[in-house]
Design a binder for this molecule. Structure first.
Ligand code: MN
Length: 231
């Protein structure tokens, strides 16, 4: 086959302990999945059905080694959101909670970088979030750790520092919708495919970063990621 114009490059992520790479298909994100973060966003953390938004695969940045992302245009409030990332290895529709984890290839640390001013302006006007959430380099993700190697995470400290100062700290056992429940809910609306990523939501403490800032994200069992905002 010959393409008429240059075809987009396949985005991929590192896999811990392997020379193979994980091809990124779609990036689904769970909104407000920690009660304390829902509260800080001015929303009631009652356990209503989860909601999802998306980023393009082109948002993914391999942060398995220290990475640098640009400070994006048209914002004055560029926020970090540290999140557990689920990498889907086997697709499916209407996946049950009981079988959901069998669809997981592995787990990684990710950042759902957000132009908060654009997101909240869109939210308050009832418009889509795209320009606040789905922009280039808005999803740095560390190496994927295979579930076959490390099992499935139920309790794990999750934390982010900026320039060494604590910003976010919680535990993934505080997820309102667990990994298995999120997979089941999402697959009711859209058949999951191999290569899909699910960013499972951020705990409280989201805040702005500035050019030159260095974010260090950790999830127990998944190592760390270091992401710098370019000057
Ligand atoms: Mn998020």
């Amino acid at each position: 086959m010959t393409y008429a114009i240059p075809a987009p490059a396949q985005r991929s992520l590192s896999i811990a302990g392997s020379a193979e790479r994980f091809p990124v298909n779609r990036i689904f994100c769970v909104g407000r999945n920690y009660a304390a973060h829902a509260r800080e966003m001015g929303r009631d953390p009652d356990r209503e059905a989860p909601f999802f938004f998306m980023k393009p695969a082109q948002a993914a940045v391999d942060a398995s080694t220290p990475a640098t992302i640009p400070y994006p245009p048209r914002t004055r409030n560029f926020h970090h959101e540290i999140e557990l990332v689920v990498a889907i290895g086997t697709g499916g529709a209407d996946i049950s909670v009981e079988s959901a984890l069998a669809h997981v290839y592995g787990y990684a640390i990710g950042l759902d970088m957000t132009r908060r001013d654009l997101q909240l302006d869109a939210r308050d006007k009832g418009r889509p979030w795209e320009f606040g959430k789905a922009f280039a380099a808005s999803a740095p993700v560390g190496a994927i750790h295979r579930a076959a190697d490390i099992g499935h995470l139920e309790h794990a400290a999750i934390a982010l520092t900026v320039n060494g100062q604590p910003r976010q700290a919680s535990d993934i056992d505080k997820l309102i919708w667990s990994v298995a429940e999120s997979i089941a809910q999402l697959s009711m609306y859209e058949a999951l495919e191999p290569g899909d990523l699910i960013m499972t939501g951020t705990p409280e403490g989201v805040n702005a970063v500035l050019p030159g800032d260095v974010m260090l994200g950790t999830i127990a069992g998944l190592g760390q990621i270091e992401v710098r905002v370019a000057n």
